[in-house]
Design a protein around this ligand. Structure first.
Ligand code: DGT
Length: 195
């Protein structure tokens, strides 16, 4: 069984490749902001938004006889949804909001086959950021460079982003963008990987 990753995420591509999972990556070509606008207007939770976007990505690719994997991650600060920062100033503002608090990353993954959803999962990780003053945030952004713009939280946990935190609970791979262990299990069950 062939696997298609409906994603442009370098992180998701690296996670699957490093895990030895055979796949092709295809851009899902969806407008996330347009898709989530009605959900936000209807008061959808960050988890509901992550799942809806992951579903849309998995269903956006027509892969006859293949499994299509869609993923989405939303940062949830007490119910408020954060998206990837647009620029350094946005990243600084976002980190100032998260500093000294615990936020959650809601990571949704969905598998579709022949236009039908056959499996989905949302995992939650809780990340407690240290209290940070403006100077500390600026020094972090100097060290992180553009990588602060690649993720919803303005940090890469496997990089200097780890210096922002005092505690983390949850699955490391989910924080990066894919809950690999449950995904590997379903891929074995579906014949993408040997058991
Ligand atoms: N390397 C790394 N990437 C992270 C980390 N936290 C989040 N990310 C990445 C994974 C995803 O690419 C991105 C989450 O945003 P989205 O779920 O909207 O995915 P994105 O738009 O990047 O790609 P996609 O929608 O899958 O084409 O942030 C981290 O700690 N390290």
């Amino acid at each position: 069984m062939k696997l298609i990753l409906a994603s442009t995420s370098a992180t998701r591509i690296a996670l699957l490749r490093n895990a030895g999972i055979p796949f092709d990556a295809v851009s899902p070509g969806i407008d996330e902001r347009a898709l989530e606008a009605p959900l936000l207007a209807a008061g959808a939770s960050p988890t509901e938004i992550a799942l809806a976007l992951a579903r849309a990505k998995a269903l956006a690719i027509d892969g006859p006889g293949a499994l299509v994997l869609g993923g989405d991650q939303v940062l949830d600060l007490d119910g408020e949804r954060f998206v990837k920062p647009a620029d350094r100033a946005d990243a600084a503002r976002q980190i100032a909001r998260l500093a000294g608090k615990t936020h959650r990353l809601r990571t949704a993954v969905v598998l579709a086959a022949d236009g039908e959803i056959i499996w989905e999962l949302v995992t939650t990780a809780s990340l407690t950021m240290r209290p940070l003053d403006e100077g500390q945030i600026e020094r972090y952004l100097d060290a992180a460079g553009d990588s602060a713009l690649w993720s919803v939280g303005a940090y890469l946990l496997e990089g200097v982003g780890i210096q922002l935190f005092s505690a983390i609970e949850g699955d490391y791979f989910s924080i990066l963008g894919l809950p690999l262990l449950p995904l590997l299990e379903i891929l074995r069950q579906r014949g993408v990987l040997p058991s």
